[in-house]
Design a protein around this ligand. Structure first.
Ligand code: GLA
Length: 510
């Protein structure tokens, strides 16, 4: 439709009789449609369409990731055109692009988000851009969705991304499900097996999304996972492309939700990705998430809805309204202490936003991936548990050391994370490298963690343990209130205290 409009505008630019207006440049160097063969995966630049009339010009880029992207402030001078492109993230400044006319071709140079783009375009028919236009995707009016009744405690499971990225297939997922059972992790509470980015194939003529050849039968995979007492998760984006460049749900939201439900999917991670170039305001992002939240609920299947838009736009204040059961609070975690600590100590999610049914998602765990020491991994788990974050493992469960298995099945850390009260813990006090955190637990109990953020062992006085000795979660050491606890570099001492620890001694008779 837009393409046809542009052709019409081009025709109007000609004066009656077809002659160019007197102020038109001698050669309309860029006027027309230019097609790019072999577009790089990101952003998948397919076409440029420019309409020159007189000294003015307008134009658009067409990309797989962002659909039609307007050229802002397009200026043409001789054989060179410059324009600006708004970056996908509404938080960053627009970037300047250049086009040079070179014989029969044009050369486009620019930058979109982090990607430098260089492409050579050749003339093509105006109608060609029609196939690069995105399907319609009218957003719903905002309204509050009902609670789907799921995730009364933070979801626990596993996801493929942190270890495998998109190098995943049906066999690996089945083996991970088997390892989840054999290792005792399922019985410790980890239930979801989440396929992250990289499973998607193409849509058929009816728009139905199919898995790629690495996943020959998604329904059979779900059956396999379910037969082991586990649940299956999957991943998509509200944009046309996922972050790794696979097909997203844009324009097919309800259809994809039905497909997922028919396969027997129990959890959807919905990752903004290319949607950030299309949904430009917080309201649009929210509506795009609500669109999927509604579509999932309309399937009638209980599907945990995990929002991933990197903690922007105060998502914790509206995540539940769009049907969300969790929302990421940050950009991606990496398997390093610096990255994990940046997210874990940042309190990027607000404590008051989380509770039964909706959780601050500090991102998937890196425990066992090899980039941190065991003490750092203990800190990782303790920070996530104190903040009631989903515990979604990210390591290769098939090849897990006994030490890592012991960390992941630690009953105290899991009990803290899964505490029924669902209140998020917060920082109590800081002294030098030591931070004390506290989380209220059901029935008047409390979790206390002393984190040592320093790179040397440090001693802390355990002054927050109430009135009776308590067992440290990792070492099993019994610590008397007010006594010294030695904490390794980047490590943690973690306590789960029952209500009796805090009962006031009976008042002495006068
Ligand atoms: C984003 C998300 C990650 C992961 C990748 C997949 O970066 O934040 O958690 O899902 O996309 O491409």
């Amino acid at each position: 439709m837009k393409a046809a409009l542009l052709v019409a505008v081009a025709a109007l630019a000609l004066s009656p009789g077809g002659a160019r207006a007197p102020d038109a440049p001698a050669a309309a160097a860029f006027d027309g449609t230019w097609l790019f063969d072999g577009a790089s995966d990101y952003p998948g630049l397919r076409a440029v369409q420019i309409t020159q009339y007189g000294s003015e010009a307008t134009g658009e880029l067409f990309s797989d990731w962002y659909g039609m992207v307007p050229m802002r402030s397009l200026q043409i001078s001789g054989d060179t055109a410059t324009f600006q492109v708004e970056t996908p993230s509404p938080h960053d400044a627009p970037t300047t692009w250049t086009i040079h006319r070179d014989g029969d071709a044009i050369r486009v140079t620019g930058k979109i988000w982090y990607q430098h783009v260089e492409a050579e375009g050749h003339p093509g028919p105006a109608a060609a851009v029609a196939r690069f236009l995105l399907p319609p995707n009218p957003l719903p009016r905002l309204h509050k969705l009902p609670d789907n009744g799921l995730a009364r405690t933070p979801p626990m499971g596993w996801s493929s991304w942190n270890h495998f990225a998109d190098k995943i297939d049906d066999t690996t997922i089945r083996q991970i499900a088997d390892a989840m059972v054999a290792s005792g992790l399922r019985d410790a509470g980890y239930r979801y097996i989440n396929i992250d980015d990289g499973w998607q194939g193409e849509r058929d003529a009816d728009g139905v999304l199919h898995a790629n050849a690495r996943f020959p039968d998604m329904k059979a995979l779900a059956d396999y996972v379910h037969a082991r007492g586990l649940k299956l998760g999957i991943y998509s984006s509200p944009g046309p492309r996922t972050c790794a460049g696979y097909t997203g749900s844009y324009g097919h939201v309800a259809q994809d939700a039905k497909t997922f439900a028919a396969w027997g999917i129990d959890y959807l991670k919905y990752d903004l990705c290319s949607g950030e170039g299309i949904f430009r305001t917080a309201g649009e992002v929210k509506a795009a998430y609500q669109q999927m939240g509604e579509a999932l609920q309309a399937t009638g299947r209980g599907i945990v809805f995990s929002l991933c838009q990197y903690g922007r736009d105060a998502v914790g204040t509206w995540g539940r309204d769009v049907g969300g059961n969790s929302w990421r609070t940050s950009s991606d975690i990496e398997d390093s202490y610096a990255s994990m600590a940046k997210i874990g100590f940042a309190t990027g999610g607000q404590a008051q936003d989380a509770g039964p049914g909706g959780w601050n998602d500090l991102d998937m765990l890196e425990v066992g991936n090899g980039g941190m020491s065991l003490d750092e991994y203990r800190t990782h788990l303790a920070l996530w548990a104190i903040q009631a974050a989903p515990l979604i493992l990210g390591n290769d469960l098939r090849h897990m050391s006994a030490e890592i298995r012991v960390l992941l099945t630690n009953r105290t850390v899991i009990a803290i994370d899964q505490d029924a009260l669902g209140r998020v813990g917060q920082r109590l006090h800081v002294a030098g490298p030591i931070e004390a955190w506290s989380r209220p637990l059901a029935g008047g109990g409390r979790a206390i963690a002393y984190f040592n953020r320093g790179d040397k062992r440090a001693v802390v006085i355990a002054s927050d343990l109430g009135g009776s000795p308590a067992r440290e979660a990792w070492t099993g050491q019994v610590v008397a209130p007010g006594s010294n606890v030695s904490i390794p570099a980047h490590g943690v001492a973690l306590f789960r205290l029952n209500p009796a620890h805090f009962q006031k001694p009976a008042a002495r008779p006068a």
